[in-house]
Design a protein around this ligand. Structure first.
Ligand code: C2E
Ligand code: CA
Ligand code: CA
Ligand code: CA
Length: 278
């Protein structure tokens, strides 16, 4: 499958990626890599559980270095934070994703574009201006934009983050809490922050079939979502058995290799969903 070509090499195969000099050179090259198009987005479909239809996609950043090959996103994102270039990377990803999003319609309806936003950017209001400017420049419909807040453990102040998220929502977009159930994406986050969607961490999804405890956690998150009128998404769905269990539990949306790996924009434009309607 062509989409395989877009998957990053694993950190373990990448030799000296943890090497300090390598990290320093990565940090120094981030801006250039964006200018050269070495950094770009791939997109992973999000599937509505009851219909099997694609209702959205998540933009995931990739860096293909001509000399080193694919660099693990977690690793270069961390280096980007260290280099103080996170805001710049986010602007770049948002710009790409909103431009791509304008091309994406599914059965005549626009689909939701989800973009990951590191919680470290929720410390001040600058992110609001960035998002507003990109929405204006690309003329992408804000109602089709979802911001997935990652690394919620790094929110310095829930009050400030909450104010910023409310402000972002007034632009018309929606907010998602990523990796719910692990790290600091916990009940306090759930209680304090305004949001529209919650993504159950892959840890629980991966163990659904063999572990009653994982099923109990996922069911309780799903019923919590129903009560609070929040969309619940399971990420890392890899098998037909996972799909069956998640459907039984009543999870709203599914995302994972079972449906599709993250794919290039051109592959996405050809993506066919699993239901049979023409
Ligand atoms: P995430 O937001 O939790 O994204 C899901 C990760 O799981 C992605 O890894 C995706 O490729 C992978 N994945 C999707 N389906 C499956 C599956 O069925 N099985 C397995 N094993 N994995 C699956 P990726 O692309 O390496 O991204 C890793 C993390 O890097 C993301 O985790 C997110 O936290 C961060 N990230 C990626 N792109 C961006 C970005 O543009 N901005 C920011 N701030 N963070 C990003
Ligand atoms: Ca995410
Ligand atoms: Ca996630
Ligand atoms: Ca995750």
């Amino acid at each position: 499958e062509t989409s395989e070509a877009h998957e990053p090499i694993k950190a373990a195969e990448s030799g000296n990626q943890s090497d300090l000099l390598w990290d320093i050179s990565l940090r120094a090259r981030i801006d250039e890599a964006m200018e050269m198009g070495e950094i770009y987005c791939v997109y992973q479909p999000k599937i509505e559980a009851t219909t099997g239809r694609m209702v959205g996609v998540e933009a995931l950043v990739r860096w293909h270095d001509p000399a080193r090959g694919f660099i693990d996103p977690m690793h270069f994102i961390q280096q980007c934070e260290r280099a103080g270039r996170m805001e710049h990377l986010t602007r770049y990803v948002l710009q790409s994703a909103c431009s791509a999003g304008k091309l994406l319609h599914f059965r005549g309806r626009p689909i939701t574009m989800s973009v990951n936003i590191s919680a470290t950017l929720l410390g001040d209001m600058r992110i609001v201006g960035i998002v507003r400017n990109i929405l204006q420049a690309t003329r992408f419909d804000p109602h089709c934009l979802m911001l997935e807040i990652t690394e919620t453990s790094r929110i310095a102040d829930l009050g400030t983050a909450s104010t910023i998220l409310k402000e972002l929502r007034t632009l018309g977009l929606r907010i998602s809490i990523d990796d719910f159930g692990v790290g600091s994406a916990n009940f306090e986050t759930f209680y304090e922050l305004p949001f529209d969607e919650l993504k159950i961490d892959r840890l629980f999804v991966a163990n659904l079939a063999r572990d009653a405890k994982a099923r109990a956690i996922v069911s309780s998150i799903v019923s919590m979502g129903r009560e609070a009128r929040i969309t619940i998404v399971a990420e890392g769905v890899e098998t037909a058995q996972d799909v069956e269990i998640l459907n039984k539990i009543g999870c709203d949306e599914l995302q994972g290799y079972y449906f599709s790996r993250p794919i290039s924009l051109s592959n996405l434009l050809e993506y066919k969903d699993t239901d049979q309607e023409a």
